[in-house]
Ligand binder design. Structure first.
Ligand code: 26Q
Length: 817
């Protein structure tokens, strides 16, 4: 174990504050102290960071490049301190200097370079890769503005730009020496080179310079520091004032504009495709830069480009970085002069693809016109990939079947480039993110591809890092667990099963529930100061925090709350265990219905929370600006984990795992990784309800169901649905929630009535909620069940997921440090 000198730390913090701001500690602002501490910490890791990369080179290790448009990292400081095992000493040093570490940590803005699940998964994977000693780069974009900050004004979501780099990012290092050029547009000219070979030359293009910024990714207690490399765009300064003619001038201005816009902002869409040209520019920009750099780096120490797959794997985080496939082909064909077969063999053994959704509205399909105009050489390569793929189909199937298969499977179809098809054809590995999801992919969405390439398909159930979501987010529970079973769980979560022997121990149950209570008080404080609402820490904390999406069914949750309220009003003396319903969710800025649901939650909260007759039996809280940093303590305080997506729609979910780890019980459908949570903890220790994925899919194939049958026969349901349009929750404005009302009862254009089966599942949900209540009343049952959940969460570490990817896809070796 490394010892840190307190004196040196103190001197460094003071020294950096002085150097950066010309200030003493007494004069510095909180933000300036944070920066000083961050630089002092960077000073500790910098040696390890250099050593790690030297070791990779010396040991010539294979590296995974995790290609992702999103990395939802959250705050770095607290996490790095934990990994360095320097949290205690820095806390003490700051204490001696008159500061509190927690308060200093709060000065750091979240690095919110992602939307939700997919981006946070990328962050957890990097954490696990470093902890498990594997060589890895995260490759992404240095958005100037990350996920917007959400303000709630009069119950409505308002988006505020997230200027996360305002005070500078102390952890990043600009690597201007590794800048590369990325080309857009123009046209391709075919020439004969001196050896009589065809050469494809892109001409009259626009360029931007991609500048990499490196962020450290520390492993836990092992001196490994991997790199998250995010690219910024800079104009290529070719203003030549002496000789510019009009054309050059025009072009220079255009290139400046291109560079300025590319990295400006993260698209705030979650699970929804938007065919915006700038989005495709972002994709090609970071992919081209990352692949060019990866290949150059490989060639610095290797002779044979054909052995690239021995040393590099590009893992594609959904279809967003799929242009990796044709970009690598371009480099091999045009820059290394390989033949098509050789180039294809290398590419196809270097790329692997992860699918994160089966929802059709999330599938990326780019108009060919746009794709071709922006990426003319890449498009030619895609055309050839498609042509050869169709030849394969023709060889595989009869003429009649061929036409059907080509229609369903070709990459270019109906004027569009189907990115998922390109990703599958170009990769040696295709995986889903939970068992059920992978099974649905194989049986439905990707059935034809599975038949053609059965060995490519496999499952890798998602996971989360216990370092951030237990050790950092729930320090009291982390310490308690360590006292009971030692600290092995921090790097090997399977050891948490050792808690099983304490689940029936009354003293342990008491201690566990006492910690939950402390965490509930901490969250109550936060809610008091941020929402001005006093919540009852003895109430059941029933929590749904995740992106707002219709398929996740926050609407089902709030309709049920409205129903509970109706019942309490009708019968105030009815036995009722106090509940606090806690929501946190950002809606994509253009998603009108999602925003209406946020308004509805806040409107119901306004009415219910101030109803004196209800008191603290029922409270509704909408947590503004839900993000990684407040998620950490929200999970720790939850009793009930709402995972109520329409079965078959949530590929995995990862919040479900964070709740389980922190001792909350799942109230959910048999969807995504909920299925596996139930497998681990036992159906009797979760509250499962609703249609199964088979049932949902069957309804969908038969055109849905008629929600009016329910509405017209179930009075309670009719009442809550009518309350959407009777002004009760809208200060008499009967139009406000009309679109929600209509979406529940009537089909809208191509869309089915109640397409997410909210009314269909309502009664089953209500029944499950009743079971929650009676279970909670039985204190010892509940304590045992939550302990069982924590004790059986070992499978859901991202360390386990990464180990599976390493063994079955990436084939990496651990570095010797
Ligand atoms: C696509 C095109 C244009 C603009 C945006 C997008 C876009 C952006 C983000 C499409 C999808 C996403 C995000 C998807 C996502 O977060 N999926 C989630 O991935 C998690 C990790 O595997 C799963 O746990 C969730 O179930 C899944 O919804």
């Amino acid at each position: 174990m490394q010892e840190y000198s307190k004196k040196e730390l103190k001197d460094n913090i003071e020294g950096y504050v002085k150097l950066l701001y010309r200030k003493n500690m007494e004069e510095a602002t909180g933000q300036q102290i944070f920066q000083g501490v961050a630089y002092a910490v960077k000073n500790i890791i910098i040696e390890d960071w250099m050593k790690t990369h030297k070791a990779y080179e010396a040991q010539d290790l294979k590296t995974v490049y995790y290609m992702s448009m999103e990395f939802l990292m959250g705050r770095a400081l607290g996490n790095i301190l934990i990994n360095l095992k320097a949290d205690k000493v820095v806390e003490e040093v700051l204490e001696e200097l008159g500061f509190n570490l927690n308060i200093i940590e709060e000065q750091e803005p979240d690095a919110a370079l992602g939307n939700g699940g997919l981006g946070r998964l990328a962050a957890c994977f990097l954490d696990s890769l470093s902890t498990l000693l594997y060589p890895a780069y995260g490759c992404g974009i240095r958005y100037k503005y990350g996920m917007f900050e959400q303000k709630i004004e009069d119950g409505f979501q308002v988006e505020v730009p997230d200027n996360w780099l305002k005070y500078g990012n102390p952890f990043e290092i600009k690597r201007a020496e590794y800048a590369v050029e990325v080309k857009f547009g123009g046209y391709v000219r075919l020439i004969r080179d001196d050896f009589g070979r065809d050469k494809f030359i892109q001409e009259n293009y626009q360029s931007v310079l991609a500048i990499p910024y490196d962020l450290p990714v520390t492993g836990y207690g092992n001196h490994v520091v991997n790199t998250l490399r995010i690219w910024d765009a800079q104009a290529i300064n070719n203003f030549n004032l002496d000789s510019f003619d009009r054309g050059d001038y025009q072009k220079a201005v255009e290139q400046e504009n291109l560079a300025r816009t590319i990295c400006e902002v993260l698209y705030p869409n979650d699970n929804h495709y938007a065919g915006k040209e700038l989005r495709l520019k972002q994709q090609y920009f970071f992919v081209s830069a990352s692949v060019q750099r990866a290949v150059s780096k490989y060639m610095e120490t290797h002779e044979d480009i054909k052995k690239l797959p021995v040393k590099i794997c590009f893992q594609l985080n959904d279809t967003h970085p799929t242009v990796t496939v044709p970009e690598l082909m371009r480099i091999l064909l045009d820059e290394y002069n390989l033949g098509w077969e050789e180039a294809w063999d290398i590419t196809n053994h270097t790329c692997a693809y992860t699918n994160h959704t089966i929802m059709s509205e999330a599938l990326e399909k780019w108009p060919i016109d746009l794709f071709k105009r922006l990426l003319p050489r890449i498009y030619q390569i895609v055309e050839e990939i498609n042509r050869r793929f169709e030849v394969l189909l023709r060889q595989t199937y009869s003429l009649e079947d061929f036409h059907k298969k080509a229609e369903k499977m070709s990459i270019l179809y109906n004027g569009q480039v189907r990115m998922a098809h390109l990703a599958i054809v170009g990769s040696f590995s295709v995986n889903g993110v939970a068992k059920l999801h992978t099974e649905i992919l194989k049986a439905k969405e990707l059935k034809d591809f599975y038949e053609l390439y059965p060995t490519r398909f496999h499952n890798k159930t998602n996971g989360i890092t216990q370092r951030r979501f237990l050790k950092h987010g729930n320090p009291l529970l982390a310490k308690w667990i360590t006292d009971k079973i030692g600290d092995g769980w921090i790097t090997d979560l399977s050891q948490i099963y050792k808690l099983n022997k304490y689940v029936k121990n009354e003293q342990c149950q008491k201690e566990f529930m006492q910690i939950k209570h402390e965490n509930k008080l901490r969250l109550a404080e936060y809610i008091k100061s941020h929402n001005g609402i006093i919540i009852n820490p003895d109430s059941i904390y029933d929590v749904q925090v995740k992106r707002l999406h219709e398929y996740k069914r926050q609407l089902l949750n709030i309709l049920h709350v409205m129903h509970l309220y109706n019942q309490l009003k009708k019968n105030p003396d009815r036995a009722f265990y106090p509940r606090t319903f806690i929501f946190g969710a950002k809606a994509s800025a253009g998603y009108v219905r999602a925003k209406a649901i946020i308004k509805l939650i806040n409107s119901v909260a306004e009415v219910v929370n101030k109803d004196a007759e209800i008191g603290d039996k029922l409270k509704i809280v909408f947590i503004e600006n839900y993000r990684v940093s407040n998620a950490e303590f929200i999970f720790s305080a939850a009793d009930v984990s709402e995972q109520i997506s329409t079965a078959s729609k949530e590929a995995s979910g990862t919040g479900n795992m964070k709740f389980m780890l922190n001792g909350a019980l799942t109230l959910g459908t048999m969807d995504g990784a909920n299925v596996e949570i139930v497998e681990e903890v036992g159906a009797e220790n979760a509250f499962i309800f609703g249609l199964t994925s088979e049932q949902v899919i069957e309804y969908e194939q038969n055109g849905g169901y008629n929600p009016l049958d329910i509405y017209n026969t179930d009075e309670d349901i009719k009442l809550v649905v009518d309350q959407l349009i009777n002004g009760k929750y809208s200060r008499e404005d009967k139009e406000l929630f009309l679109p929600l009302y209509q979406s529940l009862l009537y089909s809208q254009g191509m869309e089915r009535a109640d397409q997410y089966f909210i009314l269909k599942d309502f009664r089953a949900y209500e029944e499950a909620q009743k079971k929650v209540e009676s279970a909670y009343v039985d204190k010892s049952w509940w304590a045992e069940a939550v302990l069982l959940n924590t004790a059986n969460s070992g499978k859901f570490s991202s360390d386990r997921t990464i180990q599976e990817y390493v063994q079955e896809v990436w084939h990496l070796e651990k570095v010797h440090m």
